[in-house]
Ligand binder design. Structure first.
Ligand SMILES: Nc1ncnc2c1ncn2[C@@H]1O[C@H](COP(=O)(O)OP(=O)(O)OP(=O)(O)O)[C@@H](O)[C@H]1O
Ligand SMILES: [Mg+2]
Length: 224
């Protein structure tokens, strides 16, 4: 990547999605630019939430040398799917920095940055410190004990935490955080009806209550 392109990408992470032929939605651009310590994404199915956090992970790896990004999902298979989206972006950019190690579940770049998928079971998770970015995908389905085992990994580093999910009932730690989001930046992207029911991808919805108030009411597709 030539220096001008690298500078553009450093300043605007959206270029990672654009390199994959996607035109980022406004909420995706905002998320990529956000430096909030804690972000909650509450989005419909197929809204593009995994694609955008994968781009965020890749951007951190490229532009924060020595950074550590962890990907957690309810299962390792799902974390692996998210990681594949990271690799899609990496290839679309033309592998801007070489890897020193790459498997289906982790990559390490020559600038010392790492992106690692965590297993979806609390008993087998090893602890990491100095975490730059922790991404929890399908968060509403991540059991509380698993969540509690990864949260402390950010304590020392004060890294960024992004939890994203499609709602899964009105219970659990993700629901609690969404309904009482003190200290969280909240992003909601919905469209009726969800694509699985014949809708199209969202193009125009964003609610980001930066004052951290709870959303005025639960999204429609949360009911029932
Ligand atoms: N800005 C965009 N423009 C067009 N297509 C996009 C955009 N962002 C993501 N997509 C595409 O939409 C599809 C869904 O994206 P993605 O898997 O990231 O969504 P998701 O919300 O994580 O879905 P799921 O709920 O199934 O986990 C993918 O094919 C992805 O390439
Ligand atoms: Mg997803």
């Amino acid at each position: 990547m030539d220096p001008a392109a690298a500078l553009r990408l450093a300043l605007d992470p959206s270029g990672i999605l654009e390199a994959q032929g996607l035109t980022p939605d406004t909420w995706q651009r905002d998320l990529l630019a956000s430096t909030s310590n804690q972000i909650l994404l509450n989005c419909s199915r197929q809204s593009g939430k995994s694609a955008v956090v994968a781009a965020k992970a890749l951007h951190a790896a490229i532009f924060k040398p020595g950074s550590l990004t962890l990907l957690l999902s309810p299962t390792q298979r799902q974390s692996g799917e998210l990681f594949r989206k990271v690799l899609d972006g990496y290839r679309a950019l033309g592998r801007p920095i070489e890897t020193v190690g790459e498997t289906q579940l982790k990559m390490e770049l020559t600038n010392g940055s790492r992106i690692i998928c965590l297993p979806g079971r609390e008993e087998t998770i090893r602890s990491f410190s100095n975490v730059t970015l922790l991404i929890i995908d399908e968060a509403a389905r991540v059991p509380e004990d698993l969540y509690k085992s990864v949260r402390p990994m950010l304590a020392v580093s004060k890294g960024q935490l992004i939890e994203l999910s499609t709602p899964f009932g009105q219970r659990g730690w993700f629901f609690q955080a969404w309904t009482n989001p003190i200290g969280w930046e909240c992003v909601k992207a919905t469209w009726p009806p969800p694509s699985l029911l014949g809708g199209a991808r969202v193009r125009n919805q964003i609610a980001a209550p930066k004052d951290h108030r709870p959303p005025p009411r639960l999204p429609r597709w949360m009911a029932g």
